[in-house]
Design a protein around this ligand. Structure first.
Ligand code: NAD
Length: 509
């Protein structure tokens, strides 16, 4: 099912974006070479000036200067900014959510969910500000105490991707700020307006609580602006979210200057479905994970590895659900699948489908463009492809809604197949057999950073550490002890005796 758009939609979207920015307290940008487009129509919402190299340099300088005082503010006081940000986000949840829909094409429920995730991480960070614990260890020397303390790191550069235009920023920024760091944010050049709105909310939060607004800097533009942050020795941590291709460039350059990197890169997530699985539950989990956000989540389910005994009934259920998915304008109620971000994504999807079919894949459903939305908007029906083997195209991440389906006989083979891709972000098994579940979670089971039982691969909560292994980059963000990436650790040995015993019993007399 699809809807069409009225011929006035592009103008309406532009006016709506203006109105939302105003409601969010954001100054409308001066026109420039950076075009903010809505994937709903492919038309321009606004244009703005990319940040010039000298201004990026100045922004890093301001963040570095602000850090010197910010690091000495007690962490629970730093949390006041984050608390105020959470209040502003709660007040503006619908406005910011709608702006995410306009700029990134997410359906309303997912866009508001992304803003809720921002509020959740702020709450987590506020509590965390009183829990930046270090350990105390028994010293081997009499009259000595050994402990570790955690200190702010410095300037954190946040480089983010288009598909989570606001939540990933909040994951990083809420934690970085309570940890005593300052932030320079380079959002995706596909989503500059949501970035302007977040920046102005944070500036407002800082002003409202009497904190230095310079703790957060926004720079806008493409890879060249990101590159400048990557190479600047004043940036202590580069937290970069995006494609493996981007990470491959960024990581060695940051390493070359002994900076720190936190990488959240592409995934190629799979679910295993065993004969004992509750197939109705599995089908629901699979359809949301594979088709939700039009396949544009890093945790999107891209590979389904199904036991031959349940392949037929499971595929029937999924294909039936796929045929009912409403593809269309994400602003309309009832639409479940919005547009792809741009024409390049559409081309990548078509190319992948052609390669899969050349490898012997059978297209079960979807894959075609829904062209009721104008030449510049790219809406597709999510595709399911039955594959005879896990060929090269299946091992790559194509950032579009393609679900490759493979079958297996033995669980060991399924786990091997599951792990035989370069990426290692999210994974799932659908089973009601505890042995199978434990096998999947064991050391020789899933090799991903996220391994789920009886839920899909996407839709993580903020309480856990989020991230993946192998080419996904190894970083962890959000909950658990991810905060440690934003701080430096000092080990302190304190001698409160009158003697000077050396460790390991060494005598130096
Ligand atoms: P992308 O790699 O094209 O861009 C991501 C960001 O990196 C953008 O801000 C971009 O301007 C910047 N960038 C690109 N090259 C750079 C360079 N050489 N130096 C510095 N900065 C550079 O990714 P995208 O198309 O915006 O997003 C989709 C990709 O992001 C997918 O691969 C997806 O899996 C991944 N992603 C991963 C996570 C995660 O948490 N693991 C979350 C969201 C998206």
């Amino acid at each position: 099912m699809t809807d069409t758009l009225s011929p006035n939609t592009s103008r309406e979207l532009r006016d709506r974006a203006d109105a939302l920015l105003r409601a969010l307290g954001t100054k409308l940008p001066e026109p420039g070479a950076l075009s903010a487009r809505s994937p709903i129509t492919g038309s321009e919402l606004a244009s703005l000036k990319p940040t010039a190299a000298a201004d990026v340099d100045a922004a890093i300088g301001r963040a570095e200067h602000a850090f010197r005082a910010w690091r000495t503010v007690p962490a629970p006081q730093r949390a006041a900014v984050v608390r105020r940000l959470a209040e502003l986000l709660t007040e503006h949840k619908d406005d910011l959510g709608e702006l995410v829909t306009l700029e990134a094409g997410k359906i309303g429920a997912e866009a508001r969910g992304e803003v809720q995730e921002m509020i959740d991480i702020c709450e987590f960070a506020i509590g965390l500000s009183r829990q930046l614990y270090g350990r105390t260890m028994p010293s081997e020397r009499p009259g000595h105490r050994l402990m570790e303390t955690w200190h702010p790191l410095g300037v954190v550069a946040v480089i983010s991707a288009f598909n989570f235009p606001v939540a990933v920023w909040a994951w990083n920024t809420a934690l970085a700020l309570v940890c005593g760091d300052t932030v320079v944010w380079k959002p995706s050049d596909a989503t500059p307006l949501t970035a302007l709105a977040c920046h102005s909310l944070l500036q407002q939060a800082a002003i409202d609580v009497g904190a230095d607004p310079h703790v957060h800097q926004l720079v806008q533009g493409g890879a060249e602006v990101g590159s400048q942050l990557v190479d600047d020795a004043r940036v202590a941590l580069v937290s970069a979210t995006g494609s493996v291709r981007m990470g491959r460039t960024v990581a060695p350059r940051v390493a070359a200057r002994f900076g720190r990197c936190l990488l959240e890169l592409g995934g190629n997530n799979a679910a295993v479905v065993t004969p004992s699985a509750d197939l109705d539950l599995a089908a629901r989990g699979i359809v949301f994970a594979a088709a939700g956000t039009a396949g544009q989540r890093c945790t999107t389910l891209r590979r389904l590895i199904v036991h031959v005994d349940v392949f037929g009934p499971l595929l029937d259920r999924i294909a039936a659900a796929y045929r009912q998915l409403r593809v269309g304008n994400p602003l309309d109620d009832g639409v479940l699948v919005g547009p792809l971000i741009n024409g390049r994504s559409y081309e990548a999807m078509q190319e992948a489908l052609q390669r899969a079919q050349a490898d012997g894949g059978e297209l079960i459903c979807g894959g075609d463009r829904v062209d009721d939305f104008g030449a510049d908007a790219y809406y597709v029906r999510p595709a399911i492809v039955r594959m005879p083997a896990q060929t090269a195209v299946v091992r790559e991440e194509t950032f579009a809604p393609i679900l490759y389906v493979l079958t297996y006989h033995e669980l060991d083979t399924a786990v091997d197949l599951h792990n035989a891709v370069p990426q290692g972000l999210s994974s799932a098994i659908f089973t009601q057999n505890q042995r199978e579940a434990e096998r999947f979670l064991a050391a020789d089971g899933s090799d991903c950073g996220i391994a789920n039982i009886n839920i899909g691969t996407s839709g993580a909560e903020i309480g856990g550490a989020f991230g993946g292994e192998k080419e996904t980059g190894g970083g962890r963000e959000s909950g658990s002890d991810s905060w440690k990436s934003y701080m430096r650790r000092a080990t302190n040995t304190i001698n409160y005796s009158t003697e000077l015993p050396l460790a390991q019993g060494i005598k130096f007399e």
